[in-house]
Design a protein around this ligand. Structure first.
Ligand code: C2E
Ligand code: MG
Ligand code: MG
Ligand code: MG
Length: 279
């Protein structure tokens, strides 16, 4: 009896596994076609000064509008794109689109502001990445100072000496580097000093309970001070309330991003935010 139950159990898992594998394969096929079918688009979320809400930059965030499944969030498809290697052409599309959109806004006469683009660890190969970034800036005609590349701690610490090399080359191009989701991964303070970082982004998990949780507040304040001491900009992510903003501002956090100011908006909507100036 135990044996037959064991067999049934095996069969049960077997069917589910093949379903999972089938749907993953389908999703990968769909992902493969999504670029040429123009199913991706970018949203832009403003980055603002904590003291007065002035918009000082933006982050480009990818969206996938699947023809049958509708909108699929990046957390659901980026991992698959990384596993399949498709993140390389997708990431290139993101960079080209964000850079040319930024250049177009500047050409329209809008105040020039930097755009931040998220990079996957898979894109982090020296000759490929540095060459691609240089080519796109050149092709689009964007001044490198307006491009910021966001990497995470796990990308950075994976092979620290290689990272230092790549970041040095990117910095020589004139682009800015920012460390995203700070505090959620493993960072060596020695490398924080050694890497040419322009900005630290405090992960939203520390911001969420900053008012009620003294430990979170202590961590956030320590990161703000660390950033200042190392001469980096500090941006807090996921600011949703006036109280969070007040705390961050009072404790010297220069810049914030979050739903309190604006959700990520389409390229069509963004200029109206910019023309308003402050939000
Ligand atoms: P991230 O780079 O840390 O981006 C911030 C995420 O927080 C975005 O989610 C944004 O919509 C969300 N967010 C902003 N303000 C708030 C807030 O006040 N409250 C809450 N609850 N959330 C807020 P999104 O767009 O779903 O992106 C999730 C992650 O997917 C990003 O995290 C990034 O790691 C990755 N991602 C997005 N676009 C790209 C891309 O073009 N390339 C790569 N490689 N990764 C991307
Ligand atoms: Mg980011
Ligand atoms: Mg983040
Ligand atoms: Mg993230």
């Amino acid at each position: 009896e135990a044996k037959s139950r064991g067999r049934n159990t095996f069969a049960f898992y077997d069917i589910n596994m093949s379903d999972i594998i089938r749907s993953r394969n389908e999703m990968e096929q769909d992902l493969r076609r999504a670029l040429e079918n123009k199913e991706f688009y970018l949203l832009y979320q403003p980055k603002v000064l904590s003291k007065d809400g002035e918009i000082v930059g933006m982050e480009a965030l990818i969206r996938w509008n699947h023809p049958e499944r509708g909108n699929i969030p990046p957390s659901d498809f980026i991992p698959l794109a990384e596993k399949s290697g498709l993140i390389v052409p997708i990431g290139e599309w993101v960079l080209r689109t964000a850079a040319s959109q930024n250049k177009a806004w500047q050409d329209m006469g809008l105040k020039p502001l930097g755009v931040a683009v998220n990079l996957s660890a898979v894109q982090f190969r020296d000759d490929y990445l540095v060459g691609m970034v240089a080519d796109i800036l050149d092709e689009v005609g964007l001044d490198p100072q307006y491009l910021e590349l966001e990497i995470t701690e796990s990308t950075a610490m994976d092979d620290a000496s290689k990272t230092a090399d790549i970041l040095d080359h990117l910095t020589q191009l004139g682009v800015k580097i920012s460390l995203d989701d700070f505090g959620t991964g493993y960072s060596s303070l020695a490398y924080l000093k050694r890497f040419p970082l322009d900005r630290i982004k405090i992960d939203m998990s520390f911001v969420r309970d900053i008012i009620s949780d003294g430990n979170d507040a202590a961590i956030v304040n320590a990161v703000i001070n660390l950033g200042r001491a190392l001469d980096m900009m500090v941006t807090a992510e996921g600011v949703e309330t006036q109280a969070q903003l007040a705390h961050l501002s009072a404790n010297g956090c220069d810049e914030v991003q979050g739903f309190y100011f604006s959700r990520p908006v389409s390229a069509e909507q963004f200029p109206a935010l910019l023309l308003r100036g402050k939000i």
